[in-house]
Design a protein around this ligand. Structure first.
Ligand code: SF4
Length: 353
């Protein structure tokens, strides 16, 4: 467990500079008699370099730094806890200025660094296999709060982030605008410069938001948490999307593929005796065949006290084979951080936050 570091300027009534839009920042600087190019300099300090104090902004005049510090904070996050897995992945519990906590994970692999971030503190979707779902929703995060998780992981590893998934706590499509804004900043050359195709948003299948997402111009990757192609099973596992039928999801995903030409991913966490039966496998093959689809078979992490157990490796392999027989590519996702509380909500739950 690592010691927490202090929040810059936390505990004041000052405005968080990160919450200003580009236009608001320009207006603020104009009021202070500063030229417009200062906005670019400040944004570079905040979003590219991850500055935690105005004093670090050495290319700004001293008096401007002092003026900004009188009126604004730089927000940021405090690390409450960190766990490091034998496989190199690191899980963080981070706290925002209002005391809200979220989890994020950094997963290194060779010269790559993937980051999984949360879009909400807690979650209202109530998925039966999820520790976060059991605790309910605290609040949605702002775009900079989502972005700051990636920055925190980048700074802790001291490496460039190569991919980001919004697959931690929360349903990103229940916080659509902030999630999209964060993805744009992560993608931007003025931010972290992560390629759009390497930024994935994962949803339980909120149909109106999928339709909206199909019209976004960037080439982001869309992942659908499917977990069962049998309506009754899916209703039980994912009560939060009960109102959107599998038939409707199937149609809308067809439209999504037609419109974007992009291949969506379907997440399928294999649960012994629940969604790994022959009927379930047949339904999954029917759902995916003749469609542009990639299936991610996820080996469930064992959660203490959970009534759900992971399926065997042999069963996971059988799913991959049978999907391949109907022309659907499937991979078994390597479970990372099995020796730490890597499943969403576990660390937070353990620490009682
Ligand atoms: S699995 Fe994701 S969407 Fe479902 S309850 Fe957990 S955090 Fe929410």
């Amino acid at each position: 467990m690592q010691e927490a570091r202090n929040l810059p300027n936390s505990g004041t009534d000052l405005t968080n500079l990160r919450s200003l839009t580009h236009g608001q920042l320009l207006a603020t600087l104009s009021e202070l008699g500063q030229p417009a190019f200062r906005a670019k300099q400040i944004e570079s300090w905040i979003w590219e370099k991850g500055a935690t104090s105005f004093d670090q902004m050495t290319n700004l005049p001293k008096n401007l730094r002092a003026q900004l510090a009188e009126q604004y904070t730089l927000g940021g996050v405090k690390q409450v806890a960190k766990q490091v897995s034998e496989d190199g992945s690191r899980k963080y519990l981070l706290q925002y200025e209002d005391g809200t906590t979220v989890e994020c994970v950094g997963m290194p692999s060779g010269n790559k660094l993937a980051v999984c971030v949360s879009s909400q503190a807690g979650c209202a979707m109530g998925c039966a296999f999820c520790a976060t779902g059991a605790a309910g929703l605290t609040r949605s995060l702002t775009s900079s709060e989502i972005y700051d998780q990636v920055m925190h992981v980048r700074n802790d590893f001291g490496e460039r982030v190569t991919s980001v998934v919004l697959m931690g706590q929360g349903e990103p499509f229940n916080n659509y605008d902030a999630s999209l804004e964060a993805m744009r900043k992560i993608n931007s050359a003025d931010g972290l410069g992560v390629g759009a195709r390497h930024i994935t948003v994962s949803t339980c299948g909120i149909i109106p938001a999928i339709k909206r997402f199909a019209n976004e111009p960037e080439q982001y990757t869309l992942a659908i948490s499917l977990h069962s192609a049998v309506q009754r099973t899916r209703n039980a596992l994912m009560p939060g999307v009960r109102k959107f039928s599998l038939m409707h999801l199937y149609e809308v995903m067809g439209e999504y593929v037609d419109k974007t030409g992009r291949r969506p991913t379907y997440e399928y966490a294999l649960i012994r005796g629940v969604n790994d039966t022959e009927d379930e496998l047949g339904a999954l093959c029917d759902f995916c065949r003749d469609n542009l689809a990639h299936v991610n078979i996820i080996k469930l992490n064992e959660v203490k006290g959970s009534r759900f157990q992971p399926s065997s490796d042999a069963r996971a392999g059988e799913f991959v084979r049978r999907l391949a027989n109907v022309g659907v590519e499937a991979t078994i996702r390597q479970s990372r951080g099995q020796d730490i509380d890597a499943a969403c909500g576990q660390l937070k739950q353990r620490l009682g936050r």
